[in-house]
Design a protein around this ligand. Structure first.
Ligand SMILES: [Fe+2]
Ligand SMILES: [Fe+2]
Length: 137
């Protein structure tokens, strides 16, 4: 069973965004598996996944922010601020990994779960009705 299951409860009702959130969850699951197995290739897998997670997170935030700009989403300022903060935190974890800090896997997993849940269920759900009404799919 996956560490973090995507369920309908996490849907923001916009398929393009749901797909991106599923990809992010996929990275978290791959990370969790590698951290659990803790074998010879785990460190390489973790580095690879973290690198992808940092890039994909940035891309996902840019996508959402382009939609905010295009349709004039009223809460965009606060939402963008949350994106910046999360991007910095993910980068910090990546820097810890690169510096050879080996005790960070559990911290990182609970951080990732927490931020993704908050990002989707609080911040993103808030724009769902507005962007859907603009015809975003
Ligand atoms: Fe999102
Ligand atoms: Fe967001």
């Amino acid at each position: 069973m996956a560490f973090y299951e995507w369920t309908e409860r996490l849907s923001v009702g916009i398929p393009s965004i749901d797909r991106q959130h599923k990809t992010l969850i996929g990275y978290i699951n791959t990370f969790a598996e590698a951290a659990q197995e803790n074998n010879g290739s785990s460190a390489v897998v973790i580095g690879f996944v973290l690198n992808n997670l940092v890039s994909y997170t940035k891309m996902h935030f840019i996508y959402e922010e382009m939609l905010f700009d295009r349709y004039g989403y009223q809460e965009e300022k606060e939402h963008k601020m949350h994106h910046r903060k999360l991007a910095v935190q993910v980068e910090e974890y990546y820097a810890r990994y690169k510096s050879g800090d080996s005790g960070f896997s559990e911290d990182l997993l609970s951080f990732l779960m927490g931020w993704l849940n908050y990002h989707i269920l609080v911040d993103d759900v808030a724009y769902s009705g507005f962007l859907s009404s603009q015809g975003v799919t």
